[in-house]
Design a protein around this ligand. Structure first.
Ligand code: GDP
Ligand code: MN
Length: 376
């Protein structure tokens, strides 16, 4: 998950990297108070998890507390590349001498990290990299060795950064390691006119596999902007909303992925990805069905199960019980195969729900679900 700038700023500060004094708020009135505390003149910065805020008008200088209130009112609620601004950070302005760019990023292909640094930081590092690749240094970092002072010296020299940045480069590596980050980026890292090295903006991406160690940040509030995905996540379901009309439930991510392909191959579009995993209990089935059925775009639902450790009769029992609690409003096509498939099919036949039909092959069932969706 990505952190907000103010969270990245907090981490930098904890690791001894100089940052501007700053506070966060969602209220223009409070913005005025904060500006007063910070000495009057402040930079008002939209807190959104996307780049290019400056260009979008999300970073503005305010000359005094009254202007800070006004500016906060303008920026709060703004839309920046599809992200609604819910909070602003007010920061003490910095007298910028030079702007640099530094980052560490996981390089999966190399099985290590990459330090990327440039003496030409500021708003458009992508453009610098595209037009003048020589101005951007790329130095591989061995994760076992990390960034020692010597390594930091090498990075600074390759990028043409002043020697005072070496200490920040070492500390930034500590942020990456201690905080379980896949990316730390500072753009700009500035040298002030007074000669201090300061991190003026920060981006940190945490490794989701380490979330249990990084509980302080809580859940990502921008992860599920889709209401159905949010509802599914609240029920602990592995659900992703897609654009089509055939609801899909399967057991095992691989099977669900191929189910999406087969549905698409039948001329329909899958409405979602939903992997109910190994435990096809009545509750999981009911939760999955209720999320899928509440999607108005769904015209038919395809349940594709290959019985393994959880055998088909248990899945069939789960479906039958789920239909006691969830009112089925759209046709349901079920394909059961694998362990105890005949028993599972018999259970559903016996239940004889008017909207449930069974097809024994995956291709046949997908075709049926697609037909039902496109003729509905
Ligand atoms: P971004 O557009 O999301 O990358 O936002 P930044 O926080 O990096 O700010 C964009 C630009 O605004 C920086 O590159 C600076 O040029 C400018 N800026 C931000 N804060 C200050 C500040 O305190 N003083 C000055 N002079 N400029 C600033
Ligand atoms: Mn920036």
């Amino acid at each position: 998950m990505d952190l907000y700038e103010h969270q990245a700023r907090e981490l930098f500060e904890e690791h001894g990297i100089l940052v501007p004094r700053a506070e966060v708020t969602d209220s223009p009135k409070e913005a005025r108070e904060i500006a007063r505390r910070l000495g009057g003149r402040v930079v008002v910065k939209a807190q959104v998890k996307t780049g290019g805020r400056g260009k979008a008008g999300g970073v503005k200088l305010a000359a005094d507390p009254a202007a800070a209130e006004l500016t906060a009112r303008q920026i709060l609620g703004m839309d920046i590349e599809g992200h609604r601004v819910g909070t602003v950070m007010l920061a003490q302005p910095v007298d910028i001498g030079t702007e640099f760019y530094v980052s560490y990023v996981l390089d999966r292909a190399a099985g290590g990290f990459l330090a990327i640094a440039s003496a030409e930081g500021g708003m458009d590092i992508e453009e610098v990299a595209a037009t003048r690749p020589d101005a951007v240094a790329r130095v591989p970092v061995d994760p076992a060795e990390g960034v020692t002072s010597a390594k930091a010296g090498e990075i600074a020299e390759a990028a043409g950064l002043p020697p005072q940045t070496v200490d920040v480069l070492v500390r930034l590596w500590e942020v990456l390691v201690r905080e379980d980050a896949l990316l730390v980026e500072v753009n700009p890292l500035v040298r002030t006119r007074q000669g201090q090295i300061l991190a003026l903006d920060g981006k940190v991406t945490l490794d989701d596999n380490a979330r249990f160690r990084q509980a302080r940040w809580g859940a990502d509030d921008t992860e599920h902007d889709d209401a159905l995905e949010a509802a599914a996540a609240a029920k602990g379901l592995n659900y992703v909303k897609l654009d089509g009309e055939v609801g899909v439930i399967g057991n095992g991510a691989g099977l669900v992925m191929s189910t999406l392909d087969v549905v698409a191959g039948c001329g329909a579009r899958p409405a979602n990805f939903l992997d109910i995993g190994g435990g096809a209990s009545a509750r999981i089935m009911a939760d999955g069905l209720s999320v899928i059925l509440s999607d108005p775009a769904v015209k038919s639902v395809f349940v594709n199960v290959f019985g393994g450790i959880t055998a088909c009769d248990a899945v069939a029992d789960g479906i039958v019980q789920a239909l006691d609690t969830v009112r089925l409003t759209k046709p349901l096509v079920v394909r059961l195969d694998g362990n105890n498939a005949p028993r599972g099919r018999a259970i559903l036949d016996e239940h004889a729900h008017p909207l449930v039909q069974q097809v024994t092959t995956m291709d046949g069932a997908a075709r049926r679900a697609a037909e039902l969706a496109t003729t509905a």
